[in-house]
Design a protein around this ligand. Structure first.
Ligand code: GDP
Ligand code: MG
Length: 177
């Protein structure tokens, strides 16, 4: 155990986006292996971890999940953006406003002078709600291309059709390693 800990690389990944897009469910799903029975609004900052084996190397991914509440944001934001290795921008495919909110989140990253080499990834969540889609894939892909990041559409719920939760975080782990 201890010997493994020494070798383990730890990467801090922040998951950001409007409230209710599914940030907590995505991080919980990846770290705990299932969709949470119920979620409460995140208070302040929360993080979950999972160690993955990437080509024989143990990589610990530390996923930071935030709340949208302004009163917490003011004090927590600088702490949140410190020593970040990767950013996951999240929107809800069934809520256009959450997609339109993305430039604000990109700007917040710029304001905290995240290094341009920090990998970014765009995630459209809730793809299981196929008949409620408001953000078409091609529109989201254009935005992702414009900001040089890959796009993943997924569902944090266990849904065979569009389950990319593992792929999202393992792709980042490969890039960070
Ligand atoms: P957060 O505010 O971004 O952390 O969002 P939560 O993770 O708390 O999720 C907000 C709501 O969306 C909850 O009611 C979740 O059950 C629901 N939700 C999250 N992910 C999905 C998903 O992939 N599919 C569906 N149908 N609902 C989801
Ligand atoms: Mg949350």
């Amino acid at each position: 155990e201890e010997a493994q800990d020494v070798q383990r690389k730890v990467f801090k990944i922040i998951v950001i986006g409007d409230s209710d897009v599914g940030k907590t469910c995505l991080t919980y799903r990846f770290c705990a292996g299932k969709f949470p029975d119920k979620t409460e609004a995140t208070i302040g900052v929360d993080f979950r971890e999972r160690t993955v084996d990437i080509d024989g190397e143990l990589i610990k991914l530390q996923l930071w999940d935030t709340a949208g509440q302004e009163r917490f944001r003011k004090s927590m934001v600088p702490h949140y953006y410190r020593n970040v290795h990767a950013v996951v921008f999240t929107y809800d495919v069934t809520k256009l406003a959450s997609f339109q909110g993305l430039p604000m989140w990109l700007e917040e990253c710029d304001q905290h002078s995240l290094n341009a080499s920090v990998p970014r990834i765009l995630v459209g969540n809730k793809c299981d709600l196929t008949n409620q889609v408001q953000v078409e894939t091609n529109i989201a892909q254009r935005f992702a291309d414009a900001h040089s990041m890959p796009l993943f559409e997924t569902s944090a719920k266990e849904d065979k059709e569009c389950d990319n939760v593992e792929a999202i975080f393992l792709t980042l782990a490969h890039k960070l390693k």
